[in-house]
Ligand binder design. Structure first.
Ligand code: ADP
Length: 262
């Protein structure tokens, strides 16, 4: 049985194709999200080189901010449920999930059996999200994928506000003009994201086995700042941008089995 999970976010489009709910046949990430060519391209890339097409899927679940735009989907499920599903499958001992995506950040508390006990979300403001880092990467003229390495060269973390992206952008420009090193500013930017993310984590409770997913989990500097803020090691999920799509593909497998039985 083939099932497909598609996660259409604000910043990226992701897909995972599973065989029999276990074997990962294919997966893809396109770094543009809803309202762009991303959804079509992620499907094209997922099936590129395979001798099956989307028509051969037994069940398709779409998730993410743009999930209702996926016409091929049999069902839509929220990204909170899908991230929880994907993370619990990969890390059954996970108790808390931190998911930082392009335009929101979430903390999810699991009950130890994969069920969602509680979740809190910041989606009103770009501060503390991937968008904040995208803006800072542009102002600092450092590619997003290099922010992590630059972070570890900091000698003293600069202070960067976490309340507002526009305000923080002016602060960063001001720090640059004062001659503060880019390394120290980058670390301050990560600290700003961490304090926002951790304010969500404190609300659901700091537990053992905290797993981080979402695109920002690929930024080692942001992960380091969160670990320092929580005084705890966190687990970065394998392919962190894909855990929502994985969860969607797992839901698709369960739903397809259920519909065949009934
Ligand atoms: P969404 O699901 O909301 O579209 P994602 O979970 O894909 O968002 O996360 C998007 C964010 O991930 C971007 O805003 C960016 O900050 C971050 N990101 C993406 N790729 C990388 C990378 N290679 N290194 C560091 N950060 C990244």
């Amino acid at each position: 049985m083939y099932t497909l999970g598609i996660d259409i976010g604000s910043s990226s489009s992701k897909a995972v194709l599973l065989k029999d709910g276990k074997e990962r046949v294919s997966q893809a990430v396109i770094q543009v999200g809803t309202g762009t060519s991303g959804p079509a391209r992620v499907i094209e890339e997922t099936f590129g080189g395979l001798d099956i097409t989307i028509e051969d899927m037994d069940y398709i679940v779409a998730t993410g901010y743009g999930r209702f735009s996926v016409e091929e989907a049999d069902k839509q499920i929220s990204e909170i449920s899908c991230h929880a599903k994907g993370i619990y499958y990969l890390y059954p001992t996970a108790h808390t999930i931190i998911d930082i995506g392009g335009q929101d950040a979430k903390a999810i508390r699991l009950d130890g059996k994969g069920n969602i006990g509680q979740f809190v979300m910041n989606d009103k403001c770009a501060a503390g999200t991937g968008r904040f880092l995208d803006v800072m990467s542009r102002v600092l003229e450092i590619p997003l994928s290099e922010l992590g390495d630059v972070h570890f060269k900091a000698t003293q973390w600069a202070f960067v506000s976490s309340t507002c992206t526009v305000f923080a952008e002016s602060e960063v420009i001001s720090l640059l003009s004062q001659g503060v090193s880019k390394e120290n500013i980058v670390a301050g930017v990560h600290q700003s994201v961490a304090s926002k993310a951790c304010s969500l984590v404190y609300r659901v409770g700091v537990t053992d086995d905290i797993v981080m997913c979402g695109g920002v989990a690929q930024n080692k500097g942001a992960v380091d700042a969160i670990e320092k803020e929580l005084s705890k090691k966190i687990i970065v999920a394998e392919d962190p941008q894909l855990t929502g799509a994985l969860g969607a593909a797992l839901f698709a497998y369960e739903l397809c089995n259920r519909s065949k039985r009934s």
